[in-house]
Design a protein around this ligand. Structure first.
Ligand code: FAD
Ligand code: NAP
Length: 336
């Protein structure tokens, strides 16, 4: 069923008030097809998951379709691995917890990321040294123009840092229906990142199970990141810039303490949060929005902010960082 003039505030984690001209929910591919059958080709379309990676800067003058396709199942059991498939509308964190309950390894570092399974390949979600591409098996997607269903395997997705083919060549062309992950029956742990190893040591855990790592990641995230149910946000607003070694040497001479993480022989990654903090933005509030006090990469809505206010704040940060460091920050959040 399609409703008109629907308030999108409950459907985006920034808590921005914006209206969808038309809004529907689908729980199966049949329901999706039926909703799309009354969708004129010239009407804008937005497929919505948990709304945790987007910013509405105006009303959405088109059709918003919220994905609620559910179900988690083991589709194949191999000697060392299990292929676990989930409907695109499953909550990502529930899927991670289910994999852990099944004694499978691979998703534990990605615990507590908001949003849906269907959005997970779109920006190749990542945290604590693991990205979707490390454990991805395949996905099924509905091609909006032709009405056919296509399967994409790892090599078809052009995964990159917070990037995939669905943000570029195929942007807006597909609705992801389900995603399958290749998970291991035995541990292949990634513990070297950030505070994970330290936290495990503090807890006296020497041979961690996937659930131990998940618990640690949940604790670290809860201590650092604002909970969108109490303070509107969409996680990291900007991507960490990947710069040439030449540019990095220039910056290192000017700012000897600048952190960096190697990417390849010619490039390195600089934490955008560090740049924003150095430029004096951390904790700064402007009107109803601001830069989070513990994590400078996260812009927050203190209540009543408009999407335009938040977007304008992001523009000021981009311009300031460009002026101070000669780096143009790219937004990770999708602007609508
Ligand atoms: P939405 O915001 O609903 O949609 C995002 C984009 O994907 C939109 O363009 C939408 O049209 C498209 N889309 C969604 N579902 C589908 C579908 N089924 N088919 C086709 N297109 C679709 N991200 C990380 O990578 N790592 C993190 O650690 C992380 N931490 C976060 C912490 C917080 C507190 C918050 C608020 C966000 C965080 N994020 C993180 C960002 C966000 O959670 C992820 O990008 C997540 O995958 C978005 O899922 P969603 O369902 O909310 O997508
Ligand atoms: P952090 O540990 O304080 O680190 C700051 C930045 O430095 C991170 O963005 C991370 O890049 C990079 N970094 C740190 N240690 C690294 C290592 N050993 N190898 C490579 N890069 C390293 O970060 P945080 O803010 O608390 O977030 C922790 C993790 O959760 C990060 O992976 C982050 O991406 C993820 N996260 C993402 C979002 C989002 O919305 N996208 C929101 C919150 C947290 P990477 O980001 O490339 O890992």
């Amino acid at each position: 069923m399609i409703r008109t003039q629907v308030d999108l505030q409950p459907f985006n984690t920034f808590g921005i008030q914006a209206e969808a001209a038309r809004f529907g929910i689908f729980r199966s591919v049949e329901e999706l097809k039926s909703l799309l059958s009354a969708h004129p080709k010239d009407e804008s379309l937005l497929i919505l998951g948990g709304g945790s990676n987007l910013l509405f800067t105006k009303n959405f003058d088109g059709l918003v379709l919220k994905n609620e396709i559910k179900g988690i199942e083991v589709v194949q059991e191999l000697q060392d691995e299990v292929i676990l498939k989930a409907g695109a509308g499953e909550r990502w964190h529930d899927f991670v917890l289910k994999s852990i309950e099944l004694d499978l390894f691979g998703l534990e570092n990605l615990s507590l990321i908001p949003g849906t399974v269907g959005a997970s390949p779109i920006q190749n979600i990542g945290a604590y040294g693991v990205e979707v591409k490390d454990v991805f098996h395949s996905l099924e997607a509905y091609h909006i123009d032709s009405g056919s269903i296509h399967t994409f395997f790892l090599d078809d997705c052009a995964f990159g840092y917070r990037d995939s083919i669905f943000k570029n060549k195929y942007k807006g062309q597909y609705v992801i229906l389900s995603v399958s992950y290749r998970l291991r029956k035995t541990p292949n742990l990634r513990l070297q990142y950030g505070a994970i190893a330290q936290e495990l040591a503090n807890a006296g855990i020497q041979e961690p199970a996937a659930s131990d790592i998940s618990d640690v990641v949940i604790r670290i995230r809860q201590s650092k990141l604002p909970d969108p149910t109490t303070l509107g946000n969409a996680g990291s607003f900007f991507k960490n810039p990947v710069i040439t070694l030449e540019k990095y040497t220039e910056l290192k001479n000017a700012f000897p303490e600048i952190p960096s993480y190697p990417v390849d022989a010619q490039h390195t990654k600089v934490p955008a949060g560090w740049l924003i903090e150095q430029a004096g933005w951390k904790g700064k509030r402007i009107g109803n929005c601001g830069v989070h006090e513990n994590q400078a990469l996260v812009l927050v809505n203190y209540g009543g902010a408009t999407g335009t206010e938040i977007f304008n704040l992001s523009e000021r940060i981009v311009s300031d960082i460009n002026q101070k460091f000669g780096i143009r920050l790219e937004r990770e959040v999708n602007i609508h």
